[in-house]
Ligand binder design. Sequence first.
Ligand code: BEZ
Length: 210
Amino acid sequence: MSIQLNETAPDFTARTTEGDIRFHQWLGDSWGVLFSHPADFTPVCTTELGAVARLKPEFARRNVKVIGLSVDSLDKHRAWMGDIAETQGCALNFPLIADDDRKVSTLYAMIHPQADGTHTVRSVFVIGPDKKIKLTLTYPASTGRNFDELLRVIDSLQLTAKHKLATPANWKQGEDCIIVPAVTNEEAKKLFPKGFKEIKPYLRKTPQPV
Ligand code: BEZ
């Protein structure tokens, strides 16, 4: 069964490069990103872990904890970390789950047998402070993910969690947002003092609140 939006992220215990964790306890009140890699000592995964390590301050600024997963052992992860530090200009600075028994990858349906029977695909789960799944992404092994896009989506999710707003195609921080259809024009006048533009009755835009 796949993991679906707004269900509670399954809790688990795991061994990681930063010690044993219980997932929900480790998340605490933060947002979380759990993302899987097909295997250690593979080229695309090496670049992805380096990219996320370099972006750690951006995740921290948004109160997001990141955690990776690969179906290899802790010993193998530790050996691979040396290569990541050597080649990516940044050492691994977040935990990597050693899922060699495939417990977590099975729980999160990260193994897609039609793609690869033993390794995970590139799954991403964004989890809110309420432990609910806010976003899922699935990429094939051959395509490295765009982590700037992940930050953009988190910005949108966090905006929506705070205001009755959605974000349009290709939205970026600072651009106009969309007032959700459940909000009437009367309510919108109170909620969004900067005003709004009604392009169609169902398409209303307002400047991003600060
Ligand atoms: C990689 O991470 O480079 C990779 C892993 C599995 C298949 C293809 C590429």
